[in-house]
Design a protein around this ligand. Structure first.
Ligand SMILES: [Zn+2]
Length: 418
């Protein structure tokens, strides 16, 4: 390929404004990363900026209501130091998950505390696309009414979707489990007059864990998202890794057994066919029909009907000591561990975060996962790796939606001045 066949890269050159914008972003990041009030003197110390520049930058961020003074602290002899924190009243984020069978919307303050939420169960594949979009917009209207009632400003709408996204245009390119393709969601929602960011659900959730969750301040980690299938978000060097077209992270479709079970993607033996929720339910239902799961079948919501078994019932039966169910989960833990060992060897992350429905199965999966990882990953790659559960469980994606907007504000607060 000749060099000219690639688009010309553009780098922004620096001037005085650029330096100020960078410094505003850096100071705001330090305050965000601290996760609690931080002394102004500490900010001066870690940033290396001089006191008067820091005072000037903080005054600006305060005028824009991104930060506030929250009190004083004694940091040694002399006057007490001022404490600075993110101002929760500085604005609101809308975080949304357009799921395969539900729509979930949260409204958060600037510190990502949920102040309002609503969820609608849908049956995505059976309903018309227009109907689901109208339901989503109805939730946006309700959330925006809340923002107005609280006399706040809306900073943006972040949306996680179960499919591939063209980031340049905010178009949902393909969502196999919804049966949607080429939906220009960002264009459709421009009319709300705030930035709208569309992202793959696993990537959004990974970002949420990175900015406010289990992997806060962790720059290299892998997020495993179990919904209908198994997706992944790769955080590498503090950034979501998207690959050439933004489609990286489809780790549920790495081949674990060349002649294994048929996968929805058309291939055989994908990781998802061993550890995805659909695979788990199939195996548990099989055991139930063979009469091996008396505890599970006697649960009131199941009423001896294997088709009624859901993941929460699987975990409940495991908790009550159902041997056959524990056996299935142990086997799932084994395959999860095998896949994670592969990922550790490839990416050398410092953390793996399990989200979605898998995050509920921690006690039954994690010991086996860790054993398998210890047995299989190269020792250099597995040393000091933490395997943890999502901080937000089923809210991981909506919190990621809010984080999509927060990330942009941290990147360039001056572009968001009121
Ligand atoms: Zn597959």
């Amino acid at each position: 390929m000749s060099p000219s066949s690639h688009p010309q890269r553009r780098y922004r050159t620096g001037d005085q404004n650029w330096v100020r914008e960078r410094n505003l972003s850096i100071v705001l990041r330090y305050i965000w990363d601290a996760g609690q009030p931080i002394a102004r003197a500490r900010l001066t110390e870690i940033s290396g900026l001089n006191k008067s520049t820091m005072g000037n930058l903080l005054a600006q961020l305060q005028a824009w209501r991104f930060v506030r003074e929250t009190g004083t602290v004694n940091v040694g002899p002399g006057r007490p130091g001022t404490l600075i924190d993110i101002d929760p009243a500085g604005g609101r984020f809308i975080g949304t998950e357009l799921g395969v069978d539900f729509i979930s919307v949260v409204l958060t303050d600037l510190k990502a505390n949920i102040v309002w939420r609503k969820k609608i169960d849908t049956n995505g594949s059976a309903r018309q696309q227009a109907e689901i979009i109208a339901l989503t917009e109805g939730l946006f209207h309700e959330a925006i009414a809340e923002v107005r009632a609280a006399d706040q400003r809306l900073l943006g709408i972040g949306v996680g979707v179960p499919g591939l996204v063209d980031h340049a245009t905010g178009t949902l390119l393909f969502a196999p489990n919804l049966g949607w393709s080429n939906v220009p969601l960002r264009d459709m929602w421009q009319r709300y007059g705030v930035p709208v960011i569309i992202e793959n659900e696993a990537n959004a959730a990974a970002l949420g864990e990175h900015m406010i969750g289990t992997a806060k301040n962790v720059d290299n980690f892998i997020y495993l998202s179990a919904g209908v299938g198994l997706g992944g978000g790769l955080m590498i060097g503090g950034k979501l890794y998207g690959g050439m077209g933004g489609y990286a992270g489809e780790i549920g479709h790495m081949t674990l057994a060349p002649d294994g079970p048929q996968c929805a993607c058309g291939n055989r033996g994908c990781w998802e066919t061993f550890v995805g929720p659909t695979a788990i339910l199939d195996r548990v239902r099989e055991a139930a029909q063979a009469g091996h799961t008396p505890i599970l079948m006697s649960l009131p919501e199941v009423r001896a009907d294997a088709r009624a078994i859901r993941m929460q019932h699987v975990f409940e039966a495991a908790a009550r000591g159902e041997e056959a169910v524990r056996h299935v989960l142990d086997d799932v833990g084994r395959y999860l561990g095998i896949g994670i060992a592969n990922l550790l060897n490839a990416f050398n992350p410092s953390m793996v975060v399990l989200g979605g429905v898998l995050s509920l199965a921690g006690p039954y999966l994690l010991p086996r996962v860790r054993r398998e990882v210890d047995a299989r990953a190269l020792s250099a790659a597995r040393s000091n790796v933490e395997i943890k559960l999502s901080a937000f469980k089923f809210d991981a994606c909506v919190m990621g939606g809010a984080s999509l907007i927060a990330r942009e504000i941290l990147n360039d607060p001056s572009a968001w001045k009121p």
